[in-house]
Design a protein around this ligand. Structure first.
Ligand SMILES: [Zn+2]
Length: 276
């Protein structure tokens, strides 16, 4: 099973670039299908209201049953004090299985990490070259897994790549994804130094072509076991605990509602997509 761990879906409500305007999922799906990609982690593009944006992500997942895994986008600063509420809603109502945050919105905070810990969610956090924070976050939250996309820089910052390669090799709870990394030898180094268990295939679709990004993994010429890790098993391992804790939480919620005499018919588009 091939899983793309990084794809945007739905509309942004801004208009400054493709990243906050529109991430059309249909063209991506066509390309991903042709490339043999079975499942994809989706989250919103940049948005001025991530509660709305996450609801939109859930709606997209519902339209394509058993195809997507969803991460909840949060704004570390603007959503301050409400991150638990936003994430809890996404996890319990829609079965989301990770958190996405971006340095362009705001530097990740203790609040984001504590919510990730509480729900056992991985955090896909784009550091935009500011890799130093990883050396603070990772040891402070050893039970939270951090995926640093683009090997630390979408903008081809080789110094950030070098630092993230070092971090994934030193810090057991730090991972990276391959989305948009251009300088191929940094991917080779990431595998050599960090290990195949620390690198996840991601495309940054729909803006980058998933087949092109997938071909980079093929060109690494890994052993079948290592390639399987990069192409999906690592992601499955990182979200493994989520289903359990989420299931327990949902059951708890149902029990509480039942005790109060409230019926509950929450549908979970992502939960139905979860891989056992
Ligand atoms: Zn992205």
């Amino acid at each position: 099973m091939i899983i793309d761990c990084h794809c945007h879906a739905g509309k942004g409500d801004l208009l400054t670039g493709p990243w906050d305007t529109n991430a059309a999922i249909e063209p991506y799906l066509k390309r991903a299908r042709a490339a043999g990609i079975d499942k994809t982690v989706i989250f919103s593009p940049f948005h001025s209201n991530y509660e709305q944006a996450n609801a939109n992500t859930a709606r997209i997942a519902t339209r394509f049953p058993d195809r997507f895994l969803c991460f909840a986008f949060v704004h570390a600063q603007r959503d301050k004090g409400r991150i638990r509420q936003i994430v809890e809603w996404a996890v319990t109502k829609w079965g989301f299985c990770g958190i996405k945050a971006h340095k362009m919105d705001g530097t990740a905070t203790r609040e984001v990490c504590e919510v990730a810990r509480a729900f056992r969610l991985p955090v896909l956090y784009d550091v935009v070259s500011e890799t130093d924070i990883i050396d603070l976050l990772a040891p402070e939250y050893p039970d939270v897994n951090f995926i640093i996309p683009h090997l630390g820089s979408f903008h081809d910052d080789w110094r950030a790549h070098v630092r993230v390669i070092d971090q994934i090799s030193r810090l057991s709870n730090v991972y990276t994804d391959t989305a948009g990394v251009r300088r191929f030898d940094y991917l080779v180094q990431a595998i050599e130094r960090g290990g195949a268990h620390k690198v996840l295939f991601g495309s940054d679709g729909p803006w980058l072509h998933p087949a092109l990004e997938l071909q980079k993994i093929r060109l690494l010429k890994l052993s079948p076991q290592d390639e399987a890790l990069v192409l999906g098993k690592n992601l499955l391992r990182l979200i493994k605990g989520v289903g359990k804790s989420q299931q327990q939480r949902v059951e708890q919620k149902h029990k509480e509602r039942y005790a109060k005499g409230v019926s509950c018919s929450a549908r979970s588009p992502c939960a139905s997509n979860r891989i056992a």
